[in-house]
Design a protein. Structure first.
Length: 291
């Protein structure tokens, strides 16, 4: 006989939703007034392609250009002897400074190509990211409405918006640079958070036949406790690799890994308290019969 917890999650639904609302508003305020530290993919800049007689480590190149680059550059290997350097500064003077310090540090280095990426590309990326996220949320809303019911769909989508905005707020607060991988992280967070929420909502649907006997609060608490071990297992098995990425992934993966870290924590919280709390409050205010 399996052991099942009987934690009263819905006892804390009001404080939890008030906390979520406060964090949501604070995140929007941070983004509006503090802004985001957008990387070259969004703001434009210089891309310099260089080759060495003997290619140094990326860390050595990063150290060499640190004195002439205001914000951390994206550096990656290519081919056997080449390195690509992407900086947020898009001026000719900035490019010459980068090349100059590399020549001084690594004699024999040669520039094999460079280009200037303008802000128009960044605007296109922002538009595509917004369209992609809205399309994903719309498809989720439609699917869950057909699979469950409309109120379940609404309370599934609201936490997804909540999770994405809190991730933006974290990056605005810390001023970590946002690259194109942030878009991938946000869409991954949406899928991860939705998975946790659907597991709980599916159990609520299965227990719905006992609504009249148990009441909505007890039914939701029962459903959360029945799926709690699965929720925690999913969270922990995702959290450990993400923590490893945060610690050892380096600056190239920093945007993705830290966005995922925030998303896993916030997504689990919103599944346990926000989505379920909204179901309870909606039902208490506008109950209906049937499934």
């Amino acid at each position: 006989m399996s052991f099942q917890l009987k934690l009263n999650f819905m006892k804390w639904r009001s404080p939890a939703m008030l906390l979520s609302l406060a964090l949501f508003v604070a995140s929007l305020g941070l983004v509006a007034f503090r802004g985001l530290n957008l990387g070259i993919d969004f703001t434009g800049g210089n891309v310099v392609q260089v080759e060495f007689e003997t290619r140094p480590d990326v860390s050595e190149v990063r150290e060499a250009i640190a004195s002439v680059v205001a914000r951390e550059a994206m550096i990656q290997d290519f081919g056997e002897k080449g390195i690509i350097i992407r900086t947020n500064e898009d001026t000719e003077e900035s490019r010459k400074q980068v090349v100059g310090v590399l020549n001084a540090r690594f004699p024999g280095m040669s520039v094999v190509g460079f280009e200037k990426v303008g802000p128009v590309v960044g605007q296109e990326l922002r538009n595509q990211a917004a369209v992609g996220l809205l399309a994903a949320l719309g498809a989720i809303l439609l699917y869950i409405t057909v699979r469950f019911q409309f109120r379940f769909a609404v309370v599934s989508v609201i936490p997804l918006v909540h999770d994405a905005v809190l991730a933006l707020g974290f990056f605005s607060l810390t001023q970590m640079e946002i690259s194109s991988s942030f878009i991938a992280a946000i869409l991954t967070i949406v899928g991860y958070s939705l998975n946790n929420t659907i597991i709980i909502l599916d159990r609520i649907r299965e227990n719905w036949k006992d609504l009249g006997r148990r009441g909505i609060v007890d039914l939701v608490n029962l459903s959360i406790n029945q799926t709690l071990s699965r929720t925690l297992n999913t969270t922990l098995t995702t959290l450990f690799p993400v923590l490893a990425l945060c610690i050892w992934g380096g600056p190239v993966l920093a945007t993705f890994s830290y966005a995922m870290l925030v998303g896993v924590v916030v997504g689990t919280y919103s599944s346990l308290f926000v989505a379920t709390g909204l179901i309870v409050e909606w039902w208490l205010r506008r109950p209906e019969g049937g499934k």
